[in-house]
Design a protein around this ligand. Structure first.
Ligand code: IPD
Ligand code: CA
Ligand code: CA
Length: 277
């Protein structure tokens, strides 16, 4: 395994240990509210601290973008930039629902290069290196081969914090329901994306994500032969927060279903993201 990926795996496992330990005593946790429907616990911070400490020890000059502590180093121009979600699925974690993960990605010269998504509850470790493929616990991953939407299981995330695009989201949802075998909303975007890579879902879409929710999972999908874009199929998902992913056949079919539901606000969101890129 590449040394940088190895360090990221070590950091993710260490954070996973802290999270699992804390999950045994949820009653003891101090929980605060960042905003409506946005909770954070001391575990998110402790997991993030350990990840950053391990990455910094190995790579003191790399920039970091982390959900809880923000940025350090020159995030725009650094050659290497880590993108960290120490606990993706905090709401599940706080409810004792074992569907959450540690997500760590590395960008090299602005391009996603390494990725780790680790579910400490079942010890599933998803990894990818650009050009090196995607793996689940050392087993090579490929996206599903399903081509008929009626056979497909689709993952999604229902908006709950920022409700700006909820009407557009629901109209997309309504249009997809009758065409597929089922829709799932497990509550951890990094795992959802990893499941597309593993062929468990055939496609996935969500609006309103942050870069740390998507960065690692997106590379894992690409390295498993899948496609990732925003709701217009463009490469601005990290900047816009709207994401569509799937095996290539399903991706293009979902893109067509979504197109008529794109509101002016979603298109503007996409245009603004394009400028930022
Ligand atoms: C959340 C999860 C969830 C998604 C939210 C994210 P968090 O991350 O990934 O599935 O729907 O938009 O914010 O806050 O638990 O790290
Ligand atoms: Ca997250
Ligand atoms: Ca988080």
């Amino acid at each position: 395994m590449h040394p940088m990926l190895n360090i990221a795996v070590k950091a993710a496992r260490r954070a996973g240990d802290i999270i699992v330990q804390a999950s045994r005593n949820l009653d003891l946790l101090t929980i605060s509210k960042k905003s409506r429907s946005d909770y954070v616990s001391e575990v998110d911070g402790a997991a993030e601290d350990v990840i950053i400490r391990i990455l910094r020890e190995a790579y003191p000059n790399h920039a970091i973008l982390a959900e809880e502590s923000g940025t350090s180093g020159d995030v725009q121009d650094a050659e290497y930039q880590w993108i960290i979600d120490p606990l993706d699925g905090t709401t599940n974690f706080l409810h004792g629902l074992p569907q959450y993960a540690v997500s760590i990605a590395l960008k090299h010269k602005g391009i996603l290069n390494k990725a780790v998504v680790y579910n400490p509850n079942n010890n599933e470790l998803f990894t990818a290196g650009r050009g090196d493929g995607a793996y689940l616990n050392n087993k090579r991953l490929r996206v599903s081969k399903r081509i008929h939407l009626e056979d497909c299981l689709i993952g999604t995330g229902i908006p709950f914090r920022d409700l700006t695009h909820v009407e557009a989201y629901l109209s997309i949802f309504k249009d997809i329901i009758p065409r597929v075998a089922g829709i799932r909303r497990p509550g951890s975007a990094s795992l959802d994306l990893s499941y597309v890579a593993a062929g468990r879902y055939d496609g996935f879409w969500e609006i309103g994500l942050a870069p740390w929710d998507m960065a690692a999972g997106a590379l894992i999908i690409k390295e498993a032969g899948g496609l990732v874009g925003d709701l217009e199929g463009d490469d601005t998902y990290l900047e816009s927060g709207q994401i569509l992913a799937g095996n290539p056949k399903v991706f293009s079919q979902l893109l067509k279903i979504i197109a008529p539901h794109l509101t002016e606000a979603l298109k503007e969101n996409h245009r603004a993201a394009k400028k930022k890129k």
